[in-house]
Design a protein around this ligand. Structure first.
Ligand SMILES: *Cc1c(COP(=O)(O)O)cnc(C)c1O
Length: 400
């Protein structure tokens, strides 16, 4: 039988809900930091499925544990004890400042759980305090409550009415936060570095000052480490870099290198959920947790956060040099393997398209900023290969 090529873009336009704009390639296969499209064209992947595939594509170890677990036990629900879930929970507790874990299937769900936990704590321990302060330009997910928590109006305007109880303040502004805290405040919810907001790195003193403020005012500090956690910023968790400890932390994205998994973690003092308070049919299933255990244990055992911190110096050096030479580059910001190249004009979509043409996948995280977030185990060779392509494109765009 003759094979008839399918026009996947046309099919998508007919049968798929149009919730976002896609890049043209139809990606069919990946290996390490490289992916291939249906025409066989290869790309260096500096996007990693939105900072998710921390061990790269088609990692043989991850593929093997997934196949083994799929042939053993995939789902039985949280009505029963399952081993991979408890092993991953113990691994996370032993390697973080938090004491307890509950698993979800995504970052938004992890944040929903964190918000519920903080509100229950406020109800029990702070006279019914329910308000949560978050930052402008933050991103916490796409459910109704997490778009409300997020600091981007475009994500929420069409969906009113939104749940009450969220207050927004500018990021990296301790005074604004201090003024916003009231007796009704139960928690402050922040990203250690704002990912979707454009890789916004706060001043070194910001998170320590927020921690002190939360302690003084008896307010929980929730860190959304969905993007920054599990080695992405050059430490297992970004809170370590700030020298502070959150009361509650959420994880997802890189935790299982592409297998859907999220987690909310909390300190014992605010771990107030009781039976019946929360649940998830798939959350913490053996398949996802076995993957999470493989990924997190390897990131720890192979000292990947240290490797990422070394890569960061190299990336920063190269971005600095591009900034010196090309007028289109107005700055760079980031930590570990999470960077944004700031452009002097609103040309990030054009830079992304040109990079794709030359075989590099990057993302226009803002109209004037290009994000780089490759796999954490990317080789120096692949890193330089991608940076060379980016440099060529920025040179070209600079010359008009
Ligand atoms: C991606 C992201 C989320 C949402 O995660 P989903 O898995 O898409 O629900 C939440 N918070 C931050 C900081 C993120 O980067």
């Amino acid at each position: 039988m003759e094979k008839v090529a399918t026009d996947w873009r046309d099919l998508e336009s007919r049968v798929f809900m149009q919730t976002g704009k896609r890049q043209p390639p139809v990606l069919v296969r990946g290996e390490g930091s490289r992916v291939w499209d249906e025409d066989g064209k290869a790309y260096v992947d500096f996007f990693a499925g939105v900072a998710v595939t921390s061990l790269g594509h088609s990692d043989p170890g991850l593929a093997a544990v997934l196949a083994d677990q799929a042939a053993t036990l995939i789902q039985v629900s949280n009505v029963f004890y399952t081993v991979p879930q408890l092993q991953l929970a113990e691994l996370l507790v032993n390697n973080s400042c938090l004491d307890r874990v509950y698993f979800s299937n995504s970052g938004a769900e992890a944040n929903e759980a964190a918000i519920k936990l903080a509100r229950k704590w406020g109800g029990l321990k702070k006279n019914g305090a329910f308000e949560i302060i978050t930052a402008l330009d933050s991103f916490h997910g796409r459910t109704l409550t997490t778009i409300t928590a997020s600091g981007t109006d475009a994500y929420k305007d069409p969906f009113a009415p939104l749940p009450p109880g969220f207050v927004h303040v500018p990021y990296n502004d301790v005074d604004a936060l201090r003024s916003a805290i009231t007796d009704d405040t139960c928690a402050v919810l922040l990203e250690p570095i704002q990912g979707e907001g454009g890789v916004n790195v706060p001043d070194d003193g910001y998170l320590p000052a927020v921690r002190r403020l939360c302690d003084e005012r008896n307010v929980l500090l929730i860190l959304d480490e969905v993007q920054t956690g599990i080695g992405r910023c050059g430490a297992l968790f970004a809170y370590e870099l700030a020298g502070i400890e959150p009361d509650i932390m959420t994880l997802a994205k890189g935790i299982a290198s592409g297998v859907p998994l999220g987690a909310v973690l909390s300190k014992e003092h605010c771990s107030v959920f009781e039976p019946g308070d929360h649940g998830s049919t798939y959350g913490g299933n053996p398949l996802a947790c076995r993957a999470g255990y493989e990924v997190v244990s390897r990131i720890i055992d192979e000292c990947i956060p240290e490797k990422v911190a070394e890569d960061a110096q190299h990336v920063e050096q190269r971005l600095h040099s591009m900034e010196d030479r090309f007028e289109i580059v107005s700055g760079h910001r980031g930590k570990g393997l999470l960077w944004a190249v700031a452009l002097s004009r609103v040309e990030a979509p054009a830079v992304v398209a040109k990079c794709l043409g030359k075989g590099l996948i990057v993302n226009n995280v803002r109209p004037d900023a290009v994000r780089l977030c490759p796999a954490l185990n990317i080789s120096r060779e692949n890193l330089d290969e991608g940076l060379d392509i980016l440099e060529g494109v920025l040179a070209e765009v600079s010359n008009g």
